[in-house]
Design a protein around this ligand. Structure first.
Ligand SMILES: [Zn+2]
Ligand SMILES: [Zn+2]
Length: 174
C-alpha cells in the first residue's frame, strides 16, 4: 500500500483523498486535487523559468536533467520539488482569489506568501548602505586620524606605488 504524506498535517496516510476530506474538511475539489497532485509529485511543470539559469523552458524538468549535468541528482530532485511546490502554491492562491463557492480549508498558500514577505529586505538595510561611506576619503575626520598614525615612508619618487609597498614590507621584516 502506498503511503502519501499529507501536506496539511505531515502524517503518512494510505487514502489521502479521503483523509483530506474527512480529517481536514477539504471539500473544494480543485483545492483537493492540487493538494493530491503535490503529494504525489504529479505537478505539471510547464513554461517555467529554470531556477539555475533563469531561462524559460516548456519542459523545465527535462532541461534541468539534461543541460545542468553538473548538478547532482539530489540537487536536481530538490529543485524540481521546489518548483512543484511553487506551482501548487500559485494554483491555490489563484483559486483563493476567485473566492470559490466551496470555501478552501487549507492555508498553505497563505503561509507561503507570508514567508515570502519575510524574505523581502527590511528597511533597516539602509543602515548597511550608510556604513559603506565610513572610512572613505569624504569622511575626513577618520581619514586624517589614520594618516597621522602612519609612519612616513621615504622611497625614491620614481618607484611606482606597488614597488614602494613591497620594499616597505621587506624593510619591516628586517
Ligand atoms: Zn492530514
Ligand atoms: Zn537552466
Amino acid at each position: 500500500m502506498v503511503l502519501l504524506e499529507c501536506l496539511l498535517c505531515t502524517s503518512n496516510v494510505s487514502h489521502l483523498r479521503h483523509h483530506l476530506r474527512s480529517a481536514h474538511k477539504v471539500l473544494n475539489l480543485e483545492e483537493r486535487q492540487t493538494l493530491l497532485r503535490l503529494a504525489r509529485g504529479r505537478v505539471k511543470l510547464r513554461d517555467l523559468s529554470c531556477p539555475v539559469c533563469s531561462i524559460k523552458f516548456t519542459l523545465v524538468e527535462r532541461h534541468l536533467i539534461r543541460q545542468h549535468s553538473v548538478l547532482t541528482d539530489p540537487v536536481v530532485r530538490n529543485l524540481i520539488k521546489t518548483l512543484k511546490w511553487k506551482v501548487s502554491m500559485d494554483e491555490l492562491a489563484r483559486l483563493r482569489e476567485t473566492n470559490p463557492e466551496i470555501p478552501m480549508a487549507s492555508t498553505l498558500d497563505v503561509i507561503e506568501s507570508l514567508n515570502l514577505e519575510d524574505q523581502v529586505p527590511a528597511p533597516q538595510d539602509h543602515q548597511v548602505d550608510d556604513s559603506f561611506s565610513v572610512g572613505l576619503p569624504d569622511n575626513k575626520g577618520d581619514y586624517r586620524a589614520d594618516a597621522s598614525q602612519a609612519e612616513p615612508v621615504k622611497m625614491p619618487e620614481t618607484y611606482p606605488e606597488f614597488v614602494t609597498l613591497n620594499l616597505h614590507d621587506l624593510l619591516e621584516m628586517d
